[in-house]
Design a protein around this ligand. Structure first.
Ligand code: AMP
Ligand code: MN
Ligand code: MN
Length: 330
C-alpha cells in the first residue's frame, strides 16, 4: 500500500492500463456514490473500456428509475476478483465500508484506485485521489477526467446528480465557485439541474412520505444544546417496507429548525443495529464526533453504526455528544 495521494491527472491513462475494471462504492450508496459509479461506467463504456459495477444492495427508490438492474451485479460476497486488473473504489473513506471488506491490494495482483472526498479517508489504495475540498466524489471525477477525452452526456448527468445530492442542490457551503464552474461545464454537455431534481427528489412513494412523517412528528428538541434528533425503530422500516437508503435527505430536513446547531437521525436499520447520521450547521465538527464510534465523513455531515438496544444506546450517545459540544451560547 502506498498511502500517498496522487497529484497528477493521470487517471484515464492508468485506467486504460488496468482493464477489465471493477467499480465499487460504500454500503448503502447515496446519490454521490451512485452517480460516481454509474457515471464512470458510462464514461468507460463510451471509451470502449470494459468495467463491471458491484454493489451489495439494490438501489434506493429514488434511483430505481435512473439505473436499471442490468447495469450492476448485486452480491453480498464477491468471491474471487483476480479476473480484474483494477478496482476503482469511489466515495468511500475506507475499504471496510465496501463489498471488498477483507480485500487488501498487497494480497492480490490487482491495483486499487481510491477516489474520494472524505477527510477521514485512510488512503487504502495503490493510487489515491483524495481531496476533501471537492464537494463530492463526482466533482472530483469531472476534474480528473475532463482533460482530452470526451465526457458523454450520460456521464455528465450522473456526475451532476452526485454533485447536487451531496451539496443539497448547491445550498451547502461545500458548493463554492469551483463547484459551480464544474456544474456549468456539465450543464453545457446537456445535464440539467431541474431534470435531476425532478427524477431524484420529486420521486418519493407513499411509504417514504410516511417514513419522513414519522421521523418529523416524533422529533425531539434539546434547545440548550442546539440539538434536534429523531429515531426510527426497525418496526417502522419493516411495516412501511422501505430501505435504509430511502431516508436519504431526511436528516438534512432537521437543519430547517431555527434552533438547530446539530441534527441527529437514529435509524434502527436492522434489529439492534443503529445507523446514526449527524449534520452540523456550523461550528460543530461531526466527523470528529462520529470517529468516537469508529465512523467518519465530513466536518458537517458524518455517520457511524453501533449495535445495541436503541433505548439505552441512544441516550448514551446523546450524553457523550452533549458532553463534547457543551451548551450552546448563541
Ligand atoms: P450518512 O449520514 O450515512 O448520510 O453519511 C454522511 C457522510 O458520512 C457520508 O459522506 C458518508 O459517506 C460518511 N459516513 C457515514 N458513515 C460512515 C462511516 N461509518 N465511516 C466513514 N464515513 C461514514
Ligand atoms: Mn456517499
Ligand atoms: Mn460523497
Amino acid at each position: 500500500m502506498k498511502s500517498i495521494k496522487e497529484t497528477s491527472n493521470t487517471l484515464f491513462v492508468l485506467l486504460k492500463k488496468h482493464t477489465p475494471l471493477l467499480i465499487v462504492t460504500h454500503e448503502n450508496p447515496d446519490g454521490d456514490a451512485i452517480g460516481a459509479v454509474f457515471g464512470l461506467k458510462a464514461f468507460l463504456n463510451y471509451h470502449s473500456l470494459s468495467s463491471t459495477v458491484l454493489l451489495n444492495t439494490s438501489l434506493p427508490l429514488a434511483y430505481e428509475n435512473l439505473i436499471s438492474k442490468e447495469e450492476y451485479e448485486n452480491l453480498a460476497n464477491p468471491g474471487d476478483l483476480s479476473e480484474y486488473k483494477g478496482i476503482v473504489v469511489l466515495d468511500s473513506a475506507n475499504i471496510s465500508r465496501t463489498v471488498l471488506k477483507e480485500f487488501t491490494s498487497s494480497s492480490k495482483n490487482t491495483a486499487i484506485f481510491n477516489i474520494d472526498h472524505h477527510v477521514s479517508n485512510d488512503l487504502f489504495g495503490d493510487y489515491n485521489w483524495v481531496e476533501p475540498w471537492w464537494s463530492s466524489t463526482c466533482e472530483g471525477l469531472v476534474r480528473l477526467l475532463k482533460g482530452e477525452q470526451v465526457l458523454p452526456k450520460e456521464t455528465a448527468k450522473l456526475f451532476l446528480m452526485g454533485i447536487l445530492t451531496d451539496t443539497g442542490y448547491l445550498t451547502f457551503s461545500a458548493a463554492g465557485p469551483d463547484t459551480l464552474e464544474i456544474v456549468t461545464h456539465l450543464f453545457k454537455i446537456g445535464a440539467s439541474i431541474s431534470e435531476i431534481h425532478r427524477a431524484v427528489k420529486e420521486n418519493m412513494n407513499k411509504n417514504q412520505l410516511k417514513l419522513w412523517g414519522y421521523a418529523i412528528y416524533n422529533c425531539q428538541y434539546e434547545d440548550e444544546y442546539g440539538i434536534i434528533w429523531s429515531a426510527i425503530p426497525n418496526q417502522v422500516y419493516s411495516t412501511l417496507q422501505v430501505k435504509e437508503g430511502d431516508s436519504e435527505g431526511l436528516v438534512e430536513f432537521f437543519r430547517r429548525y431555527r434552533n438547530c446547531r446539530l441534527a441527529l437521525l437514529f435509524r434502527e436499520v436492522e434489529p439492534s443495529k443503529l445507523r446514526v447520521s449527524l449534520r452540523s450547521k456550523g461550528e460543530v465538527d461531526v466527523n470528529t464526533l462520529a470517529s468516537i464510534w469508529g465512523g467518519g465523513g465530513h466536518p458537517r455531515a458524518a455517520g457511524f453504526t453501533v449495535s445495541g438496544e436503541v433505548s439505552t444506546v441512544l441516550n448514551e450517545i446523546l450524553n457523550i455528544i452533549k458532553g463534547k459540544i457543551g451548551v450552546w451560547n448563541h
